[in-house]
Design a protein around this ligand. Structure first.
Ligand code: GRF
Length: 213
């Protein structure tokens, strides 16, 4: 059984998608939020998952917060740390501690649009395809080896909100899928490239839905 700790900051819909996927061989040991108001905590508790808060405002600086978070995580001895809408930048030492066993979802087709406001940036830049990326976390923000991506078309009438909603639907598909591949030991990382052994998405870790799907 592979143990997972999921980190959230708010709504937690990606965490919810991973919980609902009920991945064989995966046990969600804990959900940890950096905000006591994170809505996803209630969902986790309602599903019998240990849910706790490491409130970043209670710590003097990033290192102190990172240390407290690492202690909370390590208590569960996880095989995989899953960042699911976790909105704190983590320090290099923290990232290195979990290198190869910490993954993130980012709402853009990386390497386009790292950082915040990805949907606005996609609309402003005029791209025709936007999407989401699941990747291993490395010290450079939103830059680690890519495990899975899903693309959605950007329509002429799309707003930041409509695009976010379309992308979120795909996030909920590729994130549980990527977690499952990790749990099944099917991800091989060489440099910046991830090979999915016997991938069961249409191709090796990507999908593009039809425009009105
Ligand atoms: C998602 O779009 C995720 O990609 C981004 O923040 C959002 C979090 O949503 N980092 P949720 O908390 O998983 O519902």
């Amino acid at each position: 059984m592979k143990k997972l700790v999921i980190l959230i900051s708010g709504r937690g819909s990606n965490m919810e998608a991973i919980v609902r996927a009920a991945i064989p061989g995966a046990k969600i040991a804990a959900v940890i939020a950096n905000k006591p108001t994170a809505a996803g905590l209630a969902f986790a508790r309602a599903h019998g998952i240990e849910a706790e808060v490491v409130d970043h405002t209670a710590y003097a600086d990033r290192d102190a917060f990172d240390n407290a978070l690492a202690i909370a995580i390590d208590r569960h001895e996880p095989d995989l740390v899953v960042l699911a809408g976790f909105m704190r930048v983590l320090g290099d030492a923290f990232v290195r501690r979990y290198e190869g066993r910490m993954i993130n979802i980012h709402p853009s087709l990386l390497p386009s649009f790292p950082g915040l406001h990805t949907h606005r940036k996609a609309i402003e830049s005029g791209v025709r395809l936007h999407g989401a990326t699941v990747h291993f976390v490395t010290p450079t923000l939103d830059c680690g080896p890519i495990i899975a991506q899903a693309a959605v078309p950007v329509g002429a009438d799309d707003t930041e909100a409509s695009l976010a909603a379309k992308v979120l639907v795909q996030e909920h598909v590729i994130y549980p899928q990527a977690v499952r591949w990790f749990v099944e030991g099917r991800l091989r990382v060489e440099g910046n490239r991830v090979t999915v052994i016997d991938a069961d998405l249409p191709s090796d870790g990507w999908m593009v839905p039809l425009p009105d799907a």
